[in-house]
Write a protein that binds this ligand. Structure first.
Ligand SMILES: [Zn+2]
Length: 550
């Protein structure tokens, strides 16, 4: 009976609607609802636990703003096996995976051309803003799909503006995508921010003015002292450890650090300090002001990638006072940036999201001191073992054309000539390397379904392997084993320390809260695309984190 009444009521309503003249729809309700500005932040090498390890020392307006006023996906992971900068930036902004977007590492080997490739290299592009020619031969041409910044441009008939900034070229170029108005990155020879002719033929006046301030020289002279009295860094190990790196001219890895370097390059050194973040924060604010981002009728996009935490993490390892100091100072830089955006576009008119391109392993020496399992991967010894085994099995010949990202690119022409199959060569390489305690497995990337992988591992490798760009065979270190020297640490593995990174957002359209549901990096771009009512990037494989959206 209840349903019948509903049905009849519905029928009358429908009839009523048809009977009425259509009411004019108010102009305002026809507009697609979008924020004025989206700011994407990538913190290079920010592991998930940094949100909480330094929480008590963060300010209210910085990183805590994501956690206390926004939405945090607390169980967010990389979904492929090689956790490296370029692949991470590409995956965040495309919602895709290296198998599809093609950015399988910072570098790879091109088997057809027979040479190495840098992720954002472009020999047709020229530097703009510096005499250093090599820093400008860059563009996003190796990225095979669109980013969310591209999709925003497409969605607004190219009436949105988008800009990418970073210390690293790949951190600025890959997020901003193919249709960016500009991308700016740092030339560590001159201390200037530069771009390439892919984007424009001259630096805009505001970038020239910024460069003319010579801030890197000023920061190099100031050096690096701790923000707080050093005894307050209770979340980190002691300052003087044998597993921390040294700047040129230093004899101990202790504060204060002299960045002017007795013989080193001070413009490079400032980026291995908190000053790199400050430089970038100021450039980002200058970009918003001078390009009038967030002031037009269409949503604008700014992609900011903070590279210095990665440089400091590699040099000192994640448990150093140096890393804690970088995060405490970056938090203050964030607070300044958000306060500026509040006044520039209005507190509720913009959306910010944050993630990281990979995490990091603890330094091998630190783990050894605490009796945790692991060590340093003996790369040179493994290469020797490999060569000897191949020679013993197949005789003379360079069977491996390149070893990049732990992957072996085989010489298939030579193998054919000698009648050797990939299965045979895989068996020999595996036997030679698997006995080393650092090695977990040696995988035939061309026959993943035949490998002894769990369904979880299989997915990580399937998402990684790009048929035209990946190697043939890959060696995988055991958990806790670091491919690096005795000082500092590294990332790149398929383990939690490298895969588990933040994804959080706040501002326009964001429903405050958190989830412990497992999400992946591929979900970030679809989430932002849903927020912006637009198509996700064309290679996207993720799903929106719907809990985060109003
Ligand atoms: Zn990185």
């Amino acid at each position: 009976m209840k349903y019948l009444i509903q049905f009849i009521t519905g029928l009358f309503l429908t009839t009523g609607l048809y009977a009425q003249k259509p009411k004019p729809v108010a102009a305002a309700s026809r507009e697609v609802s979008r924020p004025k500005l989206v700011v994407g932040i990538v913190v290079d090498q920010m592991r998930y636990d940094y949100f909480y390890r330094f929480y008590d020392k963060y300010t209210e307006g910085g990183i805590k703003r994501f956690m206390n006023q926004g939405f945090t996906a607390r169980n967010n992971h990389y979904h492929y096996a090689l956790t490296i900068t370029a692949a991470g930036h590409a995956s965040i902004y495309t919602g895709s995976a290296p198998a599809i977007h093609g950015i399988i590492g910072n570098d790879w080997y091109d088997p057809i051309q027979g040479h190495g490739v840098y992720c954002v290299e472009d020999t047709t592009a020229k530097v703009v803003g510096s005499p250093t020619e090599s820093v400008g031969k860059m563009s996003p041409r190796n990225l095979l799909v669109t980013t969310i910044a591209d999709q925003l441009k497409l969605a607004t008939n190219f009436r949105s503006k988008s800009i990418g900034v970073s210390i690293k070229d790949r951190g600025a170029i890959l997020p901003a995508g193919h249709t960016a108005d500009a991308a700016y990155w740092y030339d560590s020879k001159t201390g200037n921010f530069v771009t390439s002719t892919f984007y424009r033929d001259e630096l805009p006046a505001w970038v020239k003015e910024y460069n003319d301030k010579k801030l890197p020289a000023q920061y190099a002279r100031e050096g690096w002292k701790t923000l707080l009295p050093i005894d307050q860094y209770t979340e980190s190990s002691r300052d003087d450890t044998p597993w921390e790196g040294l700047f040129t001219g230093e004899t101990a890895s202790t504060f204060p650090h002299d960045l002017s370097g007795t013989s080193g390059n001070p413009y490079g050194a400032v980026t291995t300090s908190p000053w790199g973040n400050t430089l970038l924060k100021d450039l980002a604010i200058a970009a918003v002001k001078n390009e009038n981002l967030g002031k037009g009728p269409f949503t604008d996009f700014l992609a900011v990638s903070f590279s210095s935490p990665d440089a400091v993490g590699h040099m000192y390892g994640p448990n150093s006072i140096e890393i804690e100091d970088v995060y405490l100072r970056m938090d203050r830089d964030f607070a300044e940036m958000f306060t500026f955006l509040d006044s520039w576009v209005g507190k509720d008119n913009y959306t910010v999201f944050i993630s990281a391109d990979h995490g990091v392993a603890d330094a091998a020496g630190y783990w050894k001191e605490h009796k945790l399992p692991g060590g340093l991967v003996p790369s040179a010894k493994l290469r020797d073992d490999l060569k000897k085994a191949l020679k013993a099995a197949f005789g003379e010949g360079e069977f491996v054309r390149s070893m990049t990202n732990g992957q072996f690119y085989l010489d298939h022409a030579l193998m054919k000539e000698k009648g050797i199959s990939q299965d045979q060569i895989h068996a020999v390489i595996k036997e030679a390397l698997i006995t080393d305690p650092a090695i977990a497995d040696v995988i035939n990337l061309k026959k993943l379904n035949e490998e002894q992988l769990t369904p979880y591992q299989l997915e990580l490798y399937k998402n990684l392997v790009n048929v035209k760009r990946s190697g043939d065979i890959m060696m995988v270190p055991r958990p806790g084993w670091v491919s690096w020297g005795a000082r500092g640490s590294n990332h790149g593995t398929p383990y939690n320390n490298d895969t588990h990174v933040p994804f959080a957002l706040f501002g326009w359209g964001v429903k405050p809260g958190e989830t412990l549901r497992r999400t992946t990096i591929a979900d970030i771009a679809p989430t932002i695309s849903a927020l912006l009512h637009m198509l996700p990037p064309n290679g996207s494989i993720g799903s929106p984190v719907i809990e985060a959206l109003k």
